[in-house]
Design a protein around this ligand. Structure first.
Ligand SMILES: Cc1ncc(COP(=O)(O)O)c(C=O)c1O
Length: 366
């Protein structure tokens, strides 16, 4: 693979039989994550129209994200010689953590290349899991360095979001969800590079073609949205979003091809909408969702609100790797956004003080 996407979308996709085999292979190593029907707070107040909102709580997966499913499936396919040579991965965090965890489990060495701006907590997590961490100035350079290591050290590259093995891994989330909540009308999935969405959409549509699948990107990292518009995998010149895990710099042929086949639409949300969604997930569902994991909620409360009213909907909540200070900062932003929308404005801190909340350095709570 080159550091830039090839322009031809692939028409291959994970079959239901492959997805079921993958689920069997990963059983016992990954957790079968729960679903929870959201019936509190904003959903009770604003979605009391006969619809149902379900959260697929993949943030409870080992390592704190769904990324483990793809990484394990990729390493399982390596032969003994490849395992001896080790693996390399490029990621701003969650995939790197999943690869470090998986490599340790498989007894092989891992080098992970991360952009310098990656969260210090995630870098530390990779090192604690025994990975060799290299930091590069930006995501594009990190991908280029990863490719050099793959070539020079003959390590196997575990791609963060492209390829059949990754999509088969993420598809197991869709398989679980369809068994947990039958007769869904729609599934809403966060999108970075598109591997999560490709896998889930492939599973959902092959099980129930009538169920809509929506992908959600931040405006500041909308490679898949642009690729849907142009009909070919697009590269972004710049990534700018609070959802650091969704900052994939380009779409790639395989994931794009699967998404184009199975995803009904890609919608975009603002950083303010993401922060507000994090606040609702925290207050109503008591979840520590990192920004990437809140975009499906942001879409339900934003661009998809009318379309999903009265429907039976599942939102994928797929990661919780965020440190406490950053989490509190983004919840405060979400509270400001929410109150800017209310009349008269309420004081989120006073409200939350009555019922507890997360203490801030200032002594206030959200
Ligand atoms: C928490 C979380 N959600 C969503 C995504 C997006 O996944 P993908 O790049 O497969 O679209 C990522 C990617 O790292 C992630 O870490």
């Amino acid at each position: 693979m080159s550091t830039r996407p090839s322009s031809a979308p692939s028409d291959a996709y994970p079959s239901l039989a492959q997805i079921r085999d993958t689920a069997d292979r990963l059983a016992g190593t990954i957790l079968h994550t729960p679903v929870w029907r959201w019936q509190t707070g904003i959903i009770e107040d604003e979605f009391c129209d006969g619809g149902e909102v379900w959260l697929k709580l993949e943030l409870f997966q080992k390592t704190g994200t769904f990324k483990l499913r793809g990484a394990l499936n990729c390493i399982a396919a390596l032969d003994a010689a490849a395992r001896r040579r080790g693996v390399v991965a490029v990621s701003a965090g969650n995939h790197a953590i999943a690869v470090a965890y998986t490599a340790r489990l498989a007894g092989c060495s891992a080098t992970v290349v991360m952009p310098q701006h990656a969260s210090p907590a995630r870098i530390a997590a990779c090192r604690e899991l025994g990975a060799h961490v290299l930091l590069m100035p930006n995501v594009h350079q990190a991908f280029a360095r990863g490719r050099e290591i793959e070539r020079d050290e003959a390590r196997s590259m575990l791609h963060p979001y492209d390829g059949p093995l990754t999509a088969q891994g993420t598809a197991t989330i869709g398989l679980e969800l369809m068994a947990q909540v039958p007769a869904l009308d729609a599934v809403v999935v966060p999108v970075g590079g598109g591997g999560l969405c490709a896998g889930i959409a492939a599973a959902v549509k092959q099980i129930n073609p009538a169920c809509a699948v929506y992908g959600v990107e931040p405006f500041g990292a909308d490679a898949l949205y642009r690729s849907f518009q142009s009909g070919a995998p697009e590269t972004l010149e710049r990534v700018d979003t609070v959802a650091d895990s969704l900052g994939a710099p380009y779409a790639m042929a395989y994931s794009f091809g699967v998404c184009r086949r199975f995803v009904d639409q890609v919608v975009r949300v603002t950083d303010d909408q993401i922060c507000r969604a994090m606040l609702h997930l925290f207050r109503d569902a008591k979840l520590v969702a990192e920004p990437a994991a809140a975009v499906a909620t942001a879409a339900l409360l934003g661009p998809l609100r009318d379309r999903l009213a009265g429907k039976r909907v599942a939102l994928i909540v797929c990661g919780s790797n965020i440190d406490a200070a950053r989490f509190a900062e983004l919840l405060c932003r979400g509270a400001r956004v929410r109150d800017g929308e209310k009349s008269p404005p309420a004081d989120p801190f006073m409200q939350a003080d009555a019922g507890g909340g997360l203490p801030l350095a200032s002594g206030r709570r959200v």
